[in-house]
Design a protein around this ligand. Structure first.
Ligand SMILES: [Zn+2]
Length: 303
């Protein structure tokens, strides 16, 4: 199987529900941007991002039971305020829209480029029901982790990292689903380090089996989903772990790999300056019962 197949996926707590869409599959572009914001998805309100400020673009039509979430504009703004404090402004220039949604305790966050041909602009979606403790930044909180994880997708899939391209065929590099990795892209480095040699592994499409077979390769079981999720998890560990790991496991090497990039080391420092940490414990967010899944959407939609 080729690793080009990172097209779309979502998962609940059970990794068996992760879907990999084959490139040759005829289901292409079946989901429009409008559909992505449908009531079914729990989308509440879409905002335009302008630096640290947001302004409403629209409220989605929602069912009655979600109205109170949609009307809680104060919380929407607090959620964005949290994002803007966690991630200094200079690192957010690719985030052009902020979406508040209700994830039904199954979906915590998603990102996607509203225009699939323009990877310089991303919609950043966070679930309102997991937004807690917004007055402080605590690396133990699930919401902090989700924000970092989703941000990592924007960081690793944007136009400076990936050249938008619908087809894998013309890629001489790792195909992310959004396009071809550029030379030296973070995700290309991760792929070369920990996925390239798995290209013919029979369990490549089964994250559970892959993780159980190679637990030392991944920082979490979810990271075994595909390189895109892997680097998002690795980045979250990179930022929240107090020290650079020194072990020889491939999962340690993946985290150390990010230290090879001075701009990421600087970013890590800048993010950590904001932290109000009670305790930095890598993985501690995983004790949160509400941790189920993450989602990155792309040109073929979310489902
Ligand atoms: Zn993700």
């Amino acid at each position: 199987m080729s690793l080009s197949l990172i097209i779309l996926f979502f998962s609940a707590c059970n990794k068996n529900e992760v879907f990999w869409e084959d490139e040759e599959d005829p289901i292409i572009d079946t989901q429009s941007e409008q559909d992505l914001g449908s009531e079914e998805d729990g989308a509440l309100t879409l905002y335009r991002v302008n630096g640290d400020a947001i302004s409403k673009i629209k409220d989605y039509q929602v069912s009655r039971d979600l109205e109170s979430y949609q009307m809680d504009v104060d919380k929407h703004f607090k959620m964005w305020d949290f994002v803007s404090r966690l991630l200094p402004a200079q690192y957010r220039d690719k985030i052009s829209q902020f979406e508040v949604f209700y994830g039904g305790d199954e979906l915590q966050g998603y990102v996607f480029p509203p225009n699939e041909e323009d990877l310089s602009q991303w919609r950043f979606g966070l679930a309102i029901e997991i937004a807690e403790n917004l007055d402080q930044i605590n690396f133990k909180d699930l919401f902090t982790y989700v924000t970092l994880h989703e941000y990592a997708h924007v960081l690793t899939l944007n136009d400076e990292q990936v050249e938008a391209n619908a087809s894998e065929g013309s890629c001489g590099t790792f195909f992310t689903g959004e396009g071809c990795s550029r030379e030296g892209a973070y995700i290309q480095r991760l792929y070369d380090l920990g996925w390239k040699d798995l290209a013919n592994d029979p369990d490549l499409e089964d994250p559970d089996r892959l993780y159980n077979k190679y637990p030392d390769r991944f920082v979490t079981d979810y990271a075994a989903t595909n390189p895109g999720e892997d680097i998002a998890e690795v980045f979250s560990f990179f930022v929240t772990m107090e020290n650079k790991p020194s072990g020889n496991k491939i999962s340690d090497q993946k985290i150390r790999m990010l230290y090879d990039f001075p701009e990421l080391v600087k970013m890590r420092q800048d993010i950590r300056q904001n932290e109000v940490i009670q305790l930095t414990q890598p993985g501690s967010w995983r004790q949160n019962q509400r941790l189920h899944s993450f989602k990155v959407c792309n040109r073929r939609g979310c489902k």
